[in-house]
Each structure stands twice: as C-alpha cells, then as structure tokens.
Design a protein around this ligand. Structure first.
Ligand code: C2O
Length: 356
C-alpha cells in the first residue's frame, strides 16, 4: 500500500530530531497550524495559456528579482501562525523529514520520511509548487516562477549572487562563510563529523572537470527508474530504504556545502532537514533538483521513464495552498511538470559531453 497524506491533527514531537538542540527550542516545533476544515483534493487542470518558465538564477532580470524579493519579504511578514508564512513553509520540510507525522494505518508504527526513497522527487516538486503559488499570490502575479540554482553549469557554480545581498529578503546569514561567491562548489563535497571538509579543495579547473563528470555519472549512468528516483517506500516500511542517484549526489553535498557547519552545530540552515527551508536558496536548489527529473527523461539513448508502480503513483501528501486551503495531492499527478503549469528555462547542458 502507498504512503498516504498524514493526519495533521496527529502531528507530534519530532521522532528524528537534530543531534544538537537548536538555538531556539521552538525551531523544532514543526507541526503545521491545523484547522478541522479538512483537505480538498487537487484537481489537475489543463493549464490555460503557456507554461510558466522557471529562470536560471544567475541570469535573472532585475524586474524579476525585484518581484521575487518582494514576494519573500511579504511571505516573511505574514502572521506567524499563517501556514503560508516563510517559517511555516520551512516547518513543512521539518515535519515531513524529521518525523513529526506517522504513517497512516501503518502496521508497524512507522513515521513518514520523504527522503532516501522514491518519494524524494515528487514530495519536493509539490512542496515547491505550492511555495511558488503562495509567492505569486502575495505579489498578485500568478505567473511568478521560482528561479533555479543552476549548479550543474559553471555559470552557476557559486551560490547565486541574488541570495548574497545582506539587505535582501533572500539573504540568510547561516551559510558557510568560506563558501560564499566567488567560491565554486564541489558537487561531491563531504564533511567529517566535526564539520571540516573531508578533502582539501581542488584548483578551479580541476573542480570544474570533476563537477562535469559527477553530473554525467549521476544523470546518465542510471537508466533504470529506481536507481534514479530511489527505492520503493510503502506503508509499513521503515524510513530511508535508499536514495536515488541525484538525491545522493549532488543534492546532499549542495546542502552540506551551503550550510554553516563552522558556526552552527547541525550545519544550519541548509545542512539539516529541520532548518534547510529557512534559507531562501533552498527553494532554488530544489528547483534545480526538480529540473534534473525533467532532463533525465529527455536524455538520449534508451527511453527513461517514470516509475509506474501504483503504490508510487497513489502516494499522497498534504500542503497548504496560496489561499491557506489544505490540499491533498498525489504523486501520480506530479510526473509531468507541464501539467502543473511550468517548465525550466532552456540553458546549455555542458556535462553531457563529459563521459568519464
Ligand atoms: Cu528535503 Cu534537499 O531536502
């Protein structure tokens, strides 16, 4: 049986809390504001007109940047208990990822974990979908589209500079200060337990080549669904049956590389599930992860297809939409981003030429 949307009224203390207590204990109180109104089902609508195009963050036009900054500013200014408030949005991630919800009707009392399994891509796709709708509603622009952090291309190897302006709503001070622009990312980055890089940084030209190979390997080598998407995860399964290739690398390294492991015990914000959504760059990072799902299905060679297991397609989640209405969504309705009304800006994909 599929893993279905949790019952928000049964949300509880985190079963998988961060190892070190956060600066403010309230930061791990992650249950969503809850009303008895109940969830409505998402109805896929044939989007009218053309798709929204999510732009590459490094090429964002300033009028678009101004809108984005304004939208995040308004989201941060919403009442604290409004489920659309920025911190509430971050708590959605905490609740679904640090064990605030139990699986519905699990024979073995398991909690829900949306990482390290086939739920990874669809959960984050829906999460961003509603986040983007809320931002658009706040600025009165239903065509608003989240920019993506194009970390798979040398032009996007630094934290996008739009997030690096301390006067902007897109800024977060809890980032690794030695990894700010113009430092380029290591898509294979790992740290030791005490928060130090596991290996010394490479000179830029070698880092660039290594990143290309990493992308090629993670995207092209896994031709079969579960290797790319992650292992099956059904009601009764313990959390984390196994992550897909992109979730492992570069998704996780990008989190750890960005988070402030020098000054924050759990690598907050980006370096831990409970806090990652507090950094606005999270949503652009995940937009690029989401873009990889679209790209994977168009790669040359044998046709790469979505998982068709009914337990996958019938898995569901709940999110608050732009009107603060709770909506229940199915994985099966998320497979084609065009049906959700958006595509990604077409930018060069150099790594395709870097067969290891
Ligand atoms: Cu839900 Cu990038 O983690």
């Amino acid at each position: 049986t599929p893993i279905v949307a949790p019952d928000l009224s049964k949300c509880h203390k985190l079963k998988d809390p961060p190892e070190f207590p956060p600066v403010d204990p309230a930061d791990v109180k992650c249950c969503a504001p809850f009303s008895t109104k109940g969830a409505i089902d998402f109805t896929p609508s044939r989007p009218s007109g053309k798709s929204r195009i999510r732009p590459a963050a490094q090429w964002l036009h300033h009028d678009e940047l101004a809108k984005y900054k304004k939208a995040v500013e308004l989201m941060k200014a919403l009442p604290e208990d409004d489920p659309r408030n920025f911190i509430q949005q971050a708590k959605v991630h905490c609740a679904y990822c640090n064990g605030a919800y139990d699986q519905v009707k699990s024979p073995s009392d398991q909690y829900i974990q949306v990482h390290n399994s086939w739920l990874f891509f669809p959960f984050h796709r829906w999460y961003l979908y509603f986040h983007e709708k809320i931002l658009g509603k706040l600025i009165g622009d239903p065509t608003f589209s989240l920019p993506f952090w194009n970390w798979d291309d040398p032009s996007g190897y630094t934290i996008p500079t739009i997030f690096d302006d301390p006067t902007s709503s897109l800024y977060d001070e809890n980032r690794n200060q030695t990894h700010l622009p113009p430092t380029i990312i290591d898509l294979n980055y790992t740290e030791t337990d005490d928060g130090h890089p596991s290996k010394p940084p490479l000179p830029d030209p070698e880092q660039i080549a290594s990143n290309h190979y990493t992308m090629y390997r993670q995207m092209v080598h896994c031709k079969i669904g579960t290797l790319f998407f992650g292992n099956p995860y059904r009601t009764g399964s313990p959390p984390s049956p196994g992550a897909g290739s992109i979730e492992n690398v570069p998704h996780s390294p990008v989190h750890v590389w960005t988070g402030d492991s020098n000054r924050r015990a759990n690598g907050e914000d980006m370096g831990h599930f409970y806090s990652a959504g507090r950094d606005p760059v999270f949503y652009s990072h995940h937009a690029n992860v989401d873009r990889m799902w679209n790209i994977w299905k168009t790669l040359p060679g044998p046709k790469r297809v979505d998982i068709s297991d009914p337990d996958y397609l019938n898995s569901s989640f709940v999110f608050y939409d732009e009107n603060a209405q709770l909506v229940s969504v199915k994985v099966g309705d998320s497979l084609d981003s065009r049906k959700l009304g958006y595509v990604y800006e077409d930018v060069p994909i150099d790594w395709l030429k870097y067969k290891p």
